[in-house]
Design a protein around this ligand. Structure first.
Ligand code: MGD
Ligand code: MGD
Ligand code: SF4
Ligand code: MO
Length: 697
């Protein structure tokens, strides 16, 4: 192999579904191969630091297992037998299948299905242009952010917050329900700088002693699904001890007196019983934030993946409002910056063609949609044709047994455009090989920061791979579509997006590499008003009105608390299912991505479940022993790992392994539920009751 003398350093952005969206410097070895990938030093958010799995991206992009040839299924679905076919033939067959399905059952029987395997706006969202022009069923993408964003908007009115770089000016950084060391390493970079430079305290709140908790000065390990209780007790203490900022509350919030009265019963003793924390732990945390004006709440997604997640998010976000932390540089909260960019992607997405009467099918309920549940189908026709890009539902969607049954339906035609032979690609009728990000052009916006970054093509793809845009335009031509976006190149679409958004041109962006879209301090800290019409932070919530775009009304609205609270809606353990399972992220995989790369597999080992040694002893489970873990949805077989950094009755299985990595082919999502989460849908992947049983070897 060519010994790593880079021809040049190429510039890009990490396309993966990670809040960090790192600015990258890539060693380009020749026209086809890359060497090391590094974080851009001159980007002040990335600050030269990226995760190990992307640093060794060469092993993913040059993986011998990459798909490079369109394939047609031979034999039964999922049987693993394929015939190579040409690209033109493959696209012809997909277009024909779509036309036939539509003729039989109407356009809504076709479901273009995509998610955030790439976060590039052109390659990820271009599929919407196809579906809008054809009036195919819409994709209501709920699996990741729905509960979190609903809870955040309920309080703050929009998805934005303090400049994430301000964390270095904080005197206390609270990492709430995010395993930042694994899932967004840059948040850690900035938090640790605050500790080094200002002696800031780092607090982490999670349900096990993960790598982030180990780095914290104060690590609070609570029971899953009890964050709302902790938040209420903290606010109770802040009012009790005179640390609530009454002047701020009067000016910037809707119902401070009501909140204070409501919190009177939410004592530390009350919360200790619910959370499993000690009263002393709760008091110590409250004292720290009560006496530290510059407290920065970095609020993650993890704790929102519970059936009470939206309520919990709102309760947690209410703490900085009680403290008035928003007034200070280095204070306030940050969850996501999705609300600040205001990019006009109307051409990429074909927005001029949107027909709002077309049904939206809920991603989190894929199991029900594909097994013809009439509620999930909204009374419309079954789904009988799909094209899938950038997602791996047979692995990552809840209620996997049903998902598999859906994909096995003989009357369902599925085309999967993928980089590798995933669990989903295995179930396809046609498989199309996809480019990776360094092989195509795209534009990215930060979730965890405020930059727009251009990611230009650096190397030629393997012969046979095509971009998402090429596939979508290839289908559009065959379907006779006319939207101008189908006749533009990727670069033209990016340039158009920038110009429409008053963000300059592609040429300018290419030269600058990134654009800082940070809003001014006053706005980022909501000092010019929160995002509601009255400009106030809302402690009082009418959950029916939180989201205007809502395709999955679930409720139960009447049961949801209208002030910050602990809501008992989780899947509580019971006599038959004495454990609560969370499927927390692994450091070396990114959802199901990288679970195919040798370096990541070596680091993660094998599918395991972490269990408290005392629980294991009571069940006769040996360390490393094979066990069955199950509930009414199904059973998985994996190995036990003793771990005393979690509460008894809680078990953790890190990472989304390929289904084939499990002893019986059932992946971890066999156990998780596809029931829609309140109030507008989503997947409670960390909220699952299970039983465990040793398997004699
Ligand atoms: N290495 C790696 N990085 C990733 C990902 C990955 O899979 N691996 N996934 C990417 C994606 S798509 C996303 S959305 C982000 C998500 O990143 P995060 O915001 O970090 O969210 P999660 O990964 O869901 O979970 C974070 C933590 O929440 C904990 N948790 C679970 N239930 C509770 C609870 O009830 N209360 C509290 N306090 N904590 C709880 C979990 O144990 C976990 O440690 O990360 C992205 N980055
Ligand atoms: N049990 C459990 N389940 C979970 C979670 C959990 O924590 N626990 N997390 C949930 C969350 S937060 C999320 S966001 C989802 C994520 O679920 P997915 O979106 O399915 O996950 P990814 O692994 O990020 O990406 C899927 C695929 O996109 C492909 N891909 C990447 N780039 C491109 C491209 O340019 N073109 C094409 N055609 N394909 C591409 C990759 O090869 C990969 O196989 O999983 C959810 N499911
Ligand atoms: S996966 Fe996240 S941390 Fe790793 S390089 Fe990509 S954006 Fe950065
Ligand atoms: Mo996600």
């Amino acid at each position: 192999m060519n010994q790593h003398v880079p021809l040049r350093i190429g510039h890009s952005a990490c396309p993966h579904d990670c809040p960090s969206t790192c600015a990258l410097d890539v060693e380009v070895l020749d026209g086809k191969r890359i060497g090391r990938v590094r974080g851009a030093k001159d980007n002040d958010y990335t600050a030269g630091v990226i995760c190990a799995k992307v640093a060794r991206y060469a092993e993913r992009i040059h993986n011998p297992n990459r798909l490079t040839q369109p394939l047609r299924r031979k034999g039964e679905k999922g049987g693993g037998e394929w015939a190579p076919i040409g690209w033109e033939e493959a696209l012809d067959e997909i277009a024909e299948a779509f036309i036939k399905a539509e003729a039989r059952l109407g356009a809504e029987t076709v479901w273009p299905y995509y998610y955030a395997g790439t976060m590039g706006l052109v390659q990820r969202d271009g599929i919407n242009r196809l579906r809008h022009e054809k009036r195919y069923s819409g994709f209501y993408g709920t699996i990741c952010v729905n509960m979190a964003w609903t809870g955040y908007i309920a309080g703050a009115g929009r998805i934005a917050g303090a400049d994430p770089r301000e964390m270095v000016k904080a005197d206390c950084v609270v990492l709430w329900g995010t395993n930042a060391v694994a899932t967004q390493v840059n948040a850690m970079t900035h938090a640790i700088r605050a500790r080094k430079e200002r002696g800031a305290k780092i607090v982490a709140i999670d349900i096990y002693q993960n790598e982030t908790m180990k780095q914290a000065d104060l690590a609070l390990c609570l029971k899953p699904g009890t964050d709302g209780a902790l938040a209420c007790a903290l606010m109770h203490i802040l009012f009790r001890d005179g640390h609530a900022d009454r002047a701020y509350l009067a000016r910037y919030t809707d119902a401070p007196a009501e909140l204070e009265a409501h919190l009177r019963a939410k004592t530390p003793e009350w919360a200790a019983a619910i959370t499993g924390l000690s009263v002393a732990e709760i008091e110590a945390f409250a004292k720290l934030i009560g006496t530290t004006k510059r407290t920065f709440f970095r609020i993650g997604y993890g704790f929102s993946r519970q059936r009470n997640g939206a309520v919990a998010m709102h309760a947690v976000l209410s703490i900085p409002a009680v403290l008035g932390s928003w007034q200070y540089e280095g204070g306030g909260a940050f969850h996501s910056n999705s609300g600040i960019f205001k990019l006009d992607a109307s051409v990429i997405e074909g927005e001029d063609l949107i027909d709002r009467s077309v049904r939206q099918l809920d991603q989190s309920r894929t199991a029900d949609v594909l097994t013809n549940d009439s509620d999930a189908l909204k009374g419309g026709p079954p789904v009988t044709a799909m094209i899938i890009q950038n997602t791996n539902p047979v692995s990552i969607c809840p209620d996997q047994t049903k998902v598999k049954a859906g994909f096995a339906r003989e009357d369902l035609f599925v085309a999967v455009h993928e980089q590798i032979m995933t669990d989903t690609a295995k179930m396809a009728d046609i498989v199309l090989p996809a480019t990776m990000f360094l092989e195509h052009d795209d534009i990215y916006k930060g979730g965890g920061h405020q930059y727009i970054i251009f990611g230009g093509k650096q190397v030629e793809p393997p012969e046979g791979c095509r971009t998402n845009h090429q596939v979508i335009t290839g289908l559009a031509t065959r379907l006779g579509l006319t939207h101008p976006g189908f006749f533009m190149s990727e670069r033209e679409l990016i340039d158009d997006l920038l110009r429409r958004s008053n963000r300059g041109t592609l040429e300018e962006l290419e030269e600058k590499r990134w654009l800082d879209c940070q809003t001014p301090f006053e706005r980022a800290h909501f000092l010019d008003g929160f995002g509601h019409p009255d400009g106030k932070y809302h402690f009082r919530v009418d959950w029916t009105k939180v989201r205007t775009e809502n395709y999955g009304t679930v409720g139960p609205f009447a049961a949801m608390p209208d002030l910050p609270d602990h809501w008992e809606a989780i899947e509580a353990a019971d006599a038959r299912h004495p454990f609560r399972l969370a499927t927390s992220p692994s450091r070396s995989f990114l959802n199901s991505s990288f679970n195919e790369t040798p370096g990541s597999i070596a680091k993660e080992g094998r599918p395991e479940v972490m269990i408290h040694p005392d629980d294991a002893a009571a069940l006769g489970i040996a360390n490393g022993g094979l066990l069955a873990m199950g509930n009414e949805r199904g059973t998985v077989r994996l190995h036990a790992r003793f771990f005393d950094g979690l509460k008894r009755g809680v078990v953790i299985s890190e990472g989304i392994w390929a289904n084939s990595a499990f002893e019986d082919g059932n992946g971890i999502n066999t156990l998780t539920g596809a029931d829609p989460v309140a109030p507008f849908g989503g997947a409670a992947v960390h909220d699952t009751k299970v039983w465990l049983r040793p398997i004699a070897s």
